[in-house]
Ligand binder design. Structure first.
Ligand code: SOE
Length: 382
């Protein structure tokens, strides 16, 4: 079987998720190629060595430029903080490597556009890591919408709520530094909602938003792996939003509401969307990720009501590769589905979605929301 050598840049939360996917995609999905965990890349050698061992990488390296230049590397996964995506992705595209990049694609739409142009010009397969499109229940929602099951869409309602910053003593991290992350839950969580909205409903034309940073200073730990109870060296300024919400108008007329927060006590990874159409409604909550709620006007009035579809049947997207009915999937499996689709696109040479173009479009919406917060007016997505 032909081998596909992978370089993964980044070894924290997303690095672990991608390592799992790269290692398991060929196990569950039949492909003519076998991805090989060739080299994992990062800056801090002691942590990197440990990650290489734990996640099963053949080699580790601290110089991503040297790794991207290697002839034996076929594809590059970028799982680093947002500020480094552009330089790495453009270098990878120029070196002719296929690229899977974490979201948001760029720090802003201008960066994302450059990345899309470089990837498009080089002819490589490029993908952005919006793994939630690869949840079987979400892919099923897409199919039901395309089949006309909920009719014309009136509303998209999305909330993405986490609570890891609701404790005012929660420490500073790169995710709270605008120079590295670009923004807070806006780019981190609204980016996922925007991608799902574009996937399920269509393009957005206008937005208006609001944001707030509730806790403006947080303890800086010696390093991000230091235990929280250790005494902080100093307080650092938080330079990103703790929450951002916005209203949206879609091109074809639907209206949308979006809310992302890291301050929603009790909500851990509460990504909930609801889509109301002229013939029915679909609702999904990631915390019950194997289920899709469906209400249909076509049902007899006598039995009309929301039904919960357990999206674990062989007829449901991706499930043929997994387990018998009722044997549910988890978070890590969305990354396996994503990576399996990515490899398939490399084999067939068909461009995949969401790709860097979608990442660019998502960055445009993020930027327009931020601009609307400054101008206090509706902003067009141009
Ligand atoms: C943030 O907490 C985060 O890890 C995001 O960065 C991911 O994209 C999201 O899927 C889960 O939460």
């Amino acid at each position: 079987m032909r081998e596909l050598n992978v370089a993964l840049i980044g070894y924290n939360f997303m690095g672990k998720a991608h390592s799992y996917a790269i290692g398991n995609a060929a196990f569950f999905f039949q492909h003519q190629v076998k991805p090989v965990k060739k080299v994992i890349v990062g800056r801090t050698e002691s942590l990197l060595r440990k990650a290489a061992e734990e996640f099963g990488w053949q080699e580790y390296a601290t110089d991503w430029k040297e790794v991207i230049g290697r002839d034996d590397i076929d594809l590059v996964c970028i799982a680093t903080p947002t500020s480094s995506h552009k330089e790495i992705a453009i270098a990878a595209a120029k070196a002719g490597k296929h690229i899977l990049c974490e979201k948001p694609l760029g720090m802003n739409a201008a960066e994302a556009k450059e990345m899309w142009e470089a990837a498009n010009a080089s002819g490589v397969i490029h993908m952005i890591g919006h793994n939630y499109r690869r949840v079987p229940a979400i892919a099923l929602a897409k199919k039901l919408i395309d089949d006309g099951k909920i009719g014309d869409i009136y509303h998209f309602r999305g909330v993405y709520l986490q609570d890891w910053l609701s404790d005012e003593h929660a420490p500073m991290s790169w995710r709270l530094d605008k120079r590295i992350a670009g923004s807070g839950p806006h780019g981190d969580l609204n980016a996922h909602l925007i991608d799902l909205a574009r996937y399920l409903v269509g393009d957005i034309s206008q937005v208006i938003g609001m944001e707030k940073t509730f806790v403006t200073k947080r303890p800086k730990l010696a390093d991000e792996n230091q235990h929280r109870s250790a005494s902080p060296i100093q307080l650092d300024d938080v330079t990103v939003d703790d929450t951002t919400s916005f209203l949206a108008k879609f091109n074809h007329g639907a209206l949308g509401t979006f809310e992302a927060s890291r301050m929603a006590s009790g909500r851990k990874n509460h990504e909930r969307i609801e889509i109301n159409g002229s013939k029915g409604t679909l609702a999904f909550n990631f915390e019950r990720m194997n289920e899709l709620e469906y209400w249909s006007k076509d049902d007899d009035l006598e039995v009309q009501g929301f039904r919960t579809i357990l999206a674990t049947e062989e007829v449901h997207p991706y499930i043929h590769a997994w387990w018998p009915p009722g044997h549910a999937l988890g978070y890590q499996n969305t990354f396996v589905n994503q990576f399996a689709d990515f490899i398939q696109a490399i084999i067939t040479k068909d461009q995949i979605q969401p790709n860097f173009y979608d990442g660019w479009m998502c960055n445009k919406v993020l930027d327009a929301v931020s601009k609307s917060i400054d101008t206090l007016t509706w902003e067009y997505i141009r």
